[in-house]
Design a protein around this ligand. Structure first.
Ligand code: CTP
Ligand code: MG
Length: 243
């Protein structure tokens, strides 16, 4: 069996604010995407990493990654392909680039550059033990409220609460999400990206297919860099690792 990691990195990072595409922003002097590629290649099982670049930026990303060659036990083959308008479309394009002998696929956000290798290995192990879809997850710390779909109410106006789901029964999910390759291919083939954002995670598509999805423990350091404060946290985590 061969394992590959697909890294969707085609997003602009609107919530991070103006600047380069999010995956190309530096964390401690090294592009976020390079950290993410190394995090996947750090797992001995991962032999191939497919980076899904911004639609018009595949060449630039290839050149950038060539400046940070993978060495030692981080060695893995690297492919760069152009992405799409939504995350779901980008993942689909990454999956289409996988060679036929890949049987296990990880899908990992470039925006989660600091996931520890033990989390990656735990996901792979659960897939190899027979789970068709495996998701790293953590309990929530914030209580969550449900609201009604927004129907043109002005931003900033108070919003009515519809309900409060029981926090103990909720999990926040991370990546890498791990899959039996045929299951994930089937899910992406059946549910082509709809208008707008598409699905925000891959396991959700597998659920829609009716296949089981299981959770394994996630890790605090697998948090997603989304807003400016997340950059501060990421730099602090890297500084702690160097200490
Ligand atoms: N992604 C992608 N293709 C897209 C949109 C997103 O490959 N068309 C990737 C991002 O590069 C990121 C991951 O999906 O690694 C998770 O998405 P998110 O954190 O939402 O990143 P962005 O979409 O870039 O950020 P924002 O939503 O703030 O614009
Ligand atoms: Mg996004």
């Amino acid at each position: 069996s061969r394992t590959a990691a697909v890294i969707p990195a085609a997003g602009r990072g609107v919530r991070l604010g103006p600047g380069a595409p999010k995956a190309l922003r530096a964390l401690s002097g090294t592009p976020m995407l390079v950290h993410a590629v190394r995090a996947m290649a750090a797992s001995r099982a991962v032999r191939l990493v497919v980076v899904v670049a911004p639609p018009d930026g595949a060449e630039e990303v290839r050149t950038l990654l060539d400046a940070y060659p993978l060495t030692g036990h981080d060695r893995a083959e690297l492919l760069v392909v152009p992405g799409g308008e939504t995350r779901q479309e980008s993942v689909r394009l990454g999956l289409a680039a996988l060679p036929g002998d890949i049987t296990t696929v990880l899908v990992h956000d470039a925006a989660r550059p600091l996931v520890p290798v033990d989390t990656v290995d735990a996901v792979i192990a659960a897939v190899h033990d027979g789970a068709p879809a495996v998701v790293p997850a953590l309990p929530l710390t914030d209580t969550v409220k449900q609201v009604a779909p927004r129907t043109g109410a002005a931003a900033g106006e108070p919003e009515p609460v519809v309900g409060t789901p029981e926090r103990a029964l909720l999990r926040a999910v991370q990546t890498p999400q791990g899959f039996d390759r045929r299951t994930l291919d089937a899910a992406h083939a059946k549910f082509a990206a709809a208008e707008g954002e598409g699905a925000t995670d891959d396991a959700g598509l597998v659920e829609r297919l009716g296949s089981p999805v299981v959770l394994v423990p996630g890790h605090e350091e697998a948090f997603k860099v989304t807003r400016p404060l997340d950059l501060v946290l990421a730099e602090a985590v890297l500084a702690r690792r160097r200490a």
